[in-house]
Write a protein that binds this ligand. Structure first.
Ligand SMILES: *[C@@H]1O[C@H](CO)[C@@H](O)[C@H](O)[C@H]1NC(C)=O
Ligand SMILES: *[C@@H]1O[C@H](CO)[C@@H](O)[C@H](O)[C@H]1NC(C)=O
Ligand SMILES: *[C@@H]1O[C@H](CO)[C@@H](O)[C@H](O)[C@H]1NC(C)=O
Length: 473
């Protein structure tokens, strides 16, 4: 098993540990969670899993190198970005308060003073709104992307960018924070424009809420979550529960398995917002790993490969991305020799949710584990690809960059009519091999062909019909 820290575990399990020492250790542990235990599945802040230097290299993504005999420049970028770290939902906050009441009634005050004296610090009017950490994530991401594609973006009019959001406030707040970082990297203070238009489009960004078949056969279908409930009610979570009772000196059974998950989420949300959380003191690294796995089972069902409709329903978004790429190429190709190429969208930035990005990964065939994640194969899944902490943290992002390539000897001439187009994908700011490609940079047409069924034959209404069989009669 991974994530073992023998020394630490021995310390935790040592029976004769003094109360004072235990208290100090718990405080220390919750103040400085080790990086290995900072995995909160889809509730992980971006910087905990993708630490990024802010001074990324200018034009790092603009020129493509290592392409034999060709000079390539970026001509279009299309990004799909999950909203930044947010506040917990009110329901979860109220539930945690209720759990705390029960624990306080059952435990002695001096066993874990910080937990005993815990008070909710989340405001009651911020239901799932973006918090400052989420703003910072988005601002930093905007700045880094703008820097890496500086030459592509620098002289462009604001009309040459497109910003898409969902109806949820947190995606709009994410877009604003992103825009702030973005413009600060490509404009001087004076010509930064405050006004920028966003387009609200739920068919692109919240297809999962509009697709009746997904809603009734997956999202609202308890049977579809069978593996999740099996693991939740299974021996691993039960062992975590017992350990928590022991640590807190609680004799009776007062928490449900779902409440153990909430304690884990509270630890994550509070650490993100306030740097530390007493809730973390009842979970060791092994417990965290088990609860992370529970979260990943949920993501595989809700946002991943477990049911085909989950990823098929993202085809309107996939089409939109590729139509944008097609259009860029058409504009460049159709520009007369003596005209300056221009007037097309150079950057498209779409802000959505884990339920937007997860299905997009899957329709692309990314992070497809050969063996599905189940309640009974945790050990086998230690190296799973579809690991939400890594691929779907807050502010997770996928950026397609389109390159126009011309033979080296023509690179300073405008009148080349033999341009070739290459596509490269960056996920969470790292280059990722597009499925079916041999190299990171892949001929555009090869990628386009591979997904053409989803791009050109995307019938959202039909695939999302509640009872297609009945309707066909
Ligand atoms: C619910 O999920 C199960 C398991 O995937 C499936 O067999 C069943 O048809 C689903 N129910 C509905 C109403 O789609
Ligand atoms: C789900 O999609 C995959 C990949 O396209 C396909 O191989 C499989 O047959 C589909 N499964 C069902 C039940 O339709
Ligand atoms: C995922 O991988 C399985 C086999 O490993 C394959 O049958 C399936 O088509 C893949 N799914 C998608 C959506 O690409």
């Amino acid at each position: 098993m991974s994530g073992m820290h023998p020394l630490k575990h021995n310390m935790f399990r040592h029976k004769s540990i003094s109360l004072l020492f235990l208290f100090c250790f718990a405080t220390l542990a919750s103040l400085s969670l080790s990086l290995e235990s900072k995995h909160f599945s889809g509730k992980t802040p971006y910087s905990w899993v993708h630490p990024t230097a802010d001074d990324v290299k200018e034009d790092e993504w603009y020129n493509m190198e290592n392409l034999q005999g060709m000079a390539c420049n970026a001509v279009h970028a299309s990004a799909i970005i999950r909203h930044g770290a947010r506040y917990p939902g009110l329901e979860d906050v109220n539930h945690i308060i209720d759990i705390h009441h029960r624990l306080v009634n059952a435990m002695e005050p001096d066993v874990n003073t910080r937990l005993y004296e815990w008070k909710n610090r989340f405001p009651s009017n911020n239901n799932k709104a973006l918090h400052h950490l989420g703003e910072e994530e988005q601002e930093g991401l905007g700045r880094r992307i703008a820097r890496r594609l500086h030459t592509l973006f620098v002289d462009e009019d604001i009309a040459d960018f497109r910003f898409i959001v969902s109806t949820m406030q947190r995606t709009k707040e994410s877009a604003s924070a992103f825009y702030e970082g973005f413009t600060s990297a490509i404009h001087t203070e004076d010509d930064i424009k405050d006004e920028f238009d966003t387009e609200v489009n739920d068919e692109l960004m919240r297809f999962f809420a509009l697709c009746a078949k997904y809603v009734y056969s997956v999202d609202q279908n308890k049977t579809a979550y069978k593996e999740y409930h099996k693991f939740l009610e299974g021996p691993e979570i039960n062992a975590v529960t017992k350990k928590i009772y022991k640590k807190l000196g609680i004799a009776e059974d007062i928490l449900t398995p779902a409440e153990i998950r909430l304690i884990y989420l509270a630890c994550g949300y509070e650490t993100a917002a306030f740097q530390s959380s007493p809730w973390c003191s009842v979970l060791d690294d092994d417990d965290m790993e088990i609860l992370e796995y529970l979260g990943d089972i949920r993501h595989s069902i809700k946002n991943g490969y477990a049911h085909n409709i989950t990823w098929q329903q993202s085809c309107p978004l996939l089409s939109e991305i590729f139509f944008g790429l097609d259009e860029t190429i058409a504009e460049i190709e159709n520009t007369e020799e003596d005209e300056e190429v221009g007037g097309f969208i150079v950057g498209q930035f779409a802000f959505g949710h884990a339920e937007t990005l997860g299905p997009l990964y899957a329709i692309l065939g990314l992070y497809n584990d050969t063996v599905p994640i189940r309640a009974d194969n945790k050990i086998q899944q230690d190296e799973r690809l579809f690991r939400a902490s890594k691929i779907l943290p807050f502010s997770a992002n996928a950026v397609f960059v389109l390159y126009e390539c011309v033979p080296e000897e023509f690179k300073d001439h405008d009148e080349v009519d033999s341009a070739e187009y290459y596509l490269q994908l960056f996920v969470n700011e790292q280059p990722v091999l597009i499925p079916g490609c041999q190299e990171m940079h892949c001929p555009y047409n090869q990628v386009r062909d591979r997904y053409s069924d989803y791009i050109d034959r995307c019938d959202f209404k039909k695939m999302c019909k509640k009872s297609p069989l009945k309707d066909e009669l």
